[in-house]
Design a binder for this molecule. Structure first.
Ligand code: HEM
Length: 442
């Protein structure tokens, strides 16, 4: 709204654009996505590892630390002007320390079951959970603390590495862990190909860190680093095609619009993942980057990625788990409304900002005064407000869907989660990767 009404909230410093952007990026990464991921892990880890999480008390501490000390304190600090001027790392150092502590607690809470179970019988979903939690423990301090001590271009290189590790080594593995969990669970059969799952997992973890410098194409960072990031970005697009192919083949038979609401969100998330990654591979190339860098095109890309891919996966995971918790309210009609509102709102926003971004880039490349690009952007920003309002309605519908009771039947008891501490992890639906390997490739 501030793009079309710059005076909106001008009397309040906390409502200034810069502070709101910081609160927004950290809010979706840590407030929305991480909470949803952790919540899903409480459903998935006992099933995947066959063992309960470490401790209920630790869980309460983790919840309190994450939401009280990290989110509320972090938001309060950035909105009052105390922040760290690093992209996607805006919470100040004191909050960074608490985040590292919380990530350590999360590792202690969720990982021991996998270690006890042994690594020769891990589900694909478990690999992504292990990879995501372990790598983030390492990459978070690297991206949030190191640039403070390495100023200039070298610091920016670390910062770019973190931007891409945050999305590539935390958000993406967690979202894929949810997809690889929910799809076989709902379809009632293993993932399509164990080989493709393995290929996708290792190439993803190998290539993502190499992508960091693509956030700084045409910068003073050595060209060799820029070129390798551009090459890695192209290769990553191919890897994503492999992963998406495997996920879609695992969903075959569920139709274009799966009846299962969790799966519906996951399917759409997978489609968004494909589109956003192919777009990413393209926009990392120098000719395209020159035309779109700093424009609303990149903002469209971020929203397609963080909300379309990761957000839809997170919602799909929550909806899947929610229906299986005995006694919890669930309103399928409201969740179906949420699906449509979020999809329509997001697609509108992405298309709108992509076209607006191309127009901005063209005007910047011409000799027209900068203000002309601002005037030309106005209709796109008006449309963005409408798209954002539809998205907000979608989230309200989701909240209603998860807090009120509808008249529809619940998920059958058979599928409800009731895993005793020593139950074998395989319930015939999720099959450990090595068993699939021993059986068939599909
Ligand atoms: C093959 C996969 C991908 C490639 C090659 C890629 C490439 C890129 C490039 C080149 C940029 C910088 C554009 C610029 O500023 O000029 C960018 C920005 C961004 N990407 Fe991607 N992307 C990919 C997938 C993803 C995914 C899966 C996510 C999230 C889950 C994501 C989230 C973001 C975000 C949030 C930004 C904006 C960062 C900022 O400047 O604030 N991307 N991407």
């Amino acid at each position: 709204m501030q793009f079309i009404a710059p005076d909106f909230g001008r009397n309040y410093a906390w409502m200034s654009w810069g502070r709101l952007r910081y609160a927004h990026t950290q809010g979706i990464l840590f407030g929305f996505l991480t909470n949803a991921f952790f919540a899903f892990l409480y459903h998935a880890v006992p099933i995947l590892s066959g063992r309960p999480v470490t401790s209920a008390r630790l869980g309460l501490w983790l919840f309190g630390l994450w939401n009280g000390a990290v989110m509320i304190a972090g938001w309060g600090l950035v909105l009052s002007g105390v922040s760290q001027p690093l992209e996607w790392a805006e919470f100040p150092l004191v909050v960074d320390a608490l985040i590292v502590l919380a990530l350590l607690m999360a590792a202690v809470q969720f990982l021991p079951g996998f270690f006890r179970r042994g690594f020769d019988s891990l589900y694909v979903s478990s690999w992504y959970i292990l990879g995501g939690l372990v790598f983030t423990l390492l990459s978070y301090p690297m991206g949030n603390v190191v640039p403070e001590f390495v100023p200039g271009a070298s610091g920016a290189a670390f910062s770019g590495l973190w931007i891409h590790d945050a999305v590539g080594l935390f958000v993406t593995p967690m979202a894929l862990a949810i997809a690889y969990f929910v799809i076989p669970a709902v379809m009632g059969r293993p993932v399509y190909s164990h080989f493709l799952s393995m290929l996708g997992f290792w190439l993803l973890f190998f290539l993502y860190p190499l992508n960091g410098t693509h956030h700084y194409v045409f910068s003073v960072i050595p060209m060799s680093a820029q070129f390798s990031a551009i090459l890695a970005s192209g290769l990553l697009g191919i890897v994503v095609v492999i992963v998406v192919f495997n996920l879609f083949m695992s969903m075959r038979g569920s139709g274009w619009l799966p009846r299962d609401l969790g799966l519906r969100f996951i399917g759409t998330s997978t489609l968004f993942y494909l589109v956003v990654s192919l777009q990413g591979s393209m926009q990392a190339q120098m000719s395209v980057n020159q035309a779109v860098h700093f424009t609303d095109w990149v903002v469209a890309h971020s929203h397609l990625a963080m909300l379309g891919f990761a957000g839809f996966a997170a919602i799909g995971g929550l909806v899947h788990a929610w229906q299986r918790i005995p006694g919890v309210a669930f309103n399928a009609r409201a969740v179906a409304w949420a699906y449509w509102l979020l999809t329509i709102g997001l697609v509108t926003m992405v298309v709108d900002l992509t076209i607006g971004g191309v127009q901005q880039g063209n005007l910047w490349a011409s000799s027209a005064p900068f203000m002309e690009s601002v005037t030309a952007s106005r209709p796109y920003w008006v449309a963005r407000v409408h798209a954002g309002s539809i998205l907000t309605l979608g989230f309200i519908a989701l909240l209603i869907g998860l807090t009120t009771r509808g008249r529809e039947a619940r998920v059958p008891e058979r599928d409800a989660v009731a895993v005793p501490a020593d139950a074998p992890a395989s319930d015939g639906v999720l099959v450990p990767a090595n068993e699939i390997a021993r059986g068939s490739t599909s």
